[in-house]
Design a protein around this ligand. Sequence first.
Ligand code: PLP
Length: 386
Amino acid sequence: MEKSIVSKQVEQMPWSGIRVFFDLVLGMKDVISLGVGEPDFVTPWNIREAGIYSIESGYTSYTSNKGLLELRQELARYLYKKHGLEYDVEEEMLITVGVSEGFDLTLRAIIEPGDKVLIPRPCYVSYGPLVELQGGRAVYLDTKIDCGFKVTPKQLESAIDRRTKALLLNYPCNPTGASYKKKELEALYKIARKNGLIIISDEIYADLTYDFAHTPLATLSGAKERTVYLNGFSKAFAMTGWRIGYACGPKEIISAMTKIHQYTMMCVPIASQMAAIEALRRSDKSVLDMKKEYKRRRALVVSGLNEMGLSCHMPEGAFYVFPSIKKSGMSSVDFASKLLQEEKVAVVPGTAFSPMADDNIRISYASSLDNLKEAMARIGNFLKSR
Ligand code: PLP
């Protein structure tokens, strides 16, 4: 029997619905792309300069597997000052290649074959495939617009069985923008604790929470011991290309993650780590300025979509809206493909984030106000021409 070249598990893994769609965009001219999930801002200059200066100064080596001590210390100060979170720099912290690596390492560190991970959905595209790759089982909790795209305590409780190992939370959420207030988190956490679950908390959009203060899950009473807190620099600091993030959590889990990371990545590039130190020290104003601009755009896009009859709830954070396209009568893939062909606006079909989200599309407002105004006009034309 001939051996297959690629492992069955990887062969069965789906391609990301976002990438599949964006292959279509490549090569098209004059497209307004509201598809990809990254800031349209370049990294603030002081941070870029710190990266450049580190290279000029000859910092070109590996670092400690855990990340530069100076960066971990700065991060510990930052998390304490901002949220009152206390993490030990030696045992409870790991600098990762973005939240992407942090998430993958968490799964590799805690999941045994057959373990279930609960994932509220619609969700970021990598969660399910990476859980399955690790031999775990992704159990989706479908959230609906009537609950603001949030998972309810009742829904969580009824999904737990003896194989459930972890709950994954991502708030503010990609793609819905939904976030949780402290009280809502407490209700979910109580159930997670009662059932001995580990919580993987992807809070990469935390700094882009617009209408209330973001509460890190690990700040809830007792939660730190069972929470892996994932965050990074990609979104709030506009540093996607630097590939840097961090994981903080119980020392057993961080130690296990570090063990894997030492063999796979060894460390995050030193220039990115030096730039991150600067980001933590002196970028509060830049982060707030970008947030202010996203908030203006959010208002424009939400009201624009509602005016044209595409019902759109006000997202609490991140830089996405997830309007209903039900009134168009089209599937989300049809809607997105035709909008791209006819009006040259790229959005992502809801089904990239959940098979249950065929009545939605994801629009990223990480694009200039002018672009967004033009895109709204084009979407309006598109609907009128039906
Ligand atoms: N988590 C969520 C919810 C995201 O939306 C993204 C990127 O879009 C990531 C993680 C990956 O972030 P990073 O650039 O830190 O790897």
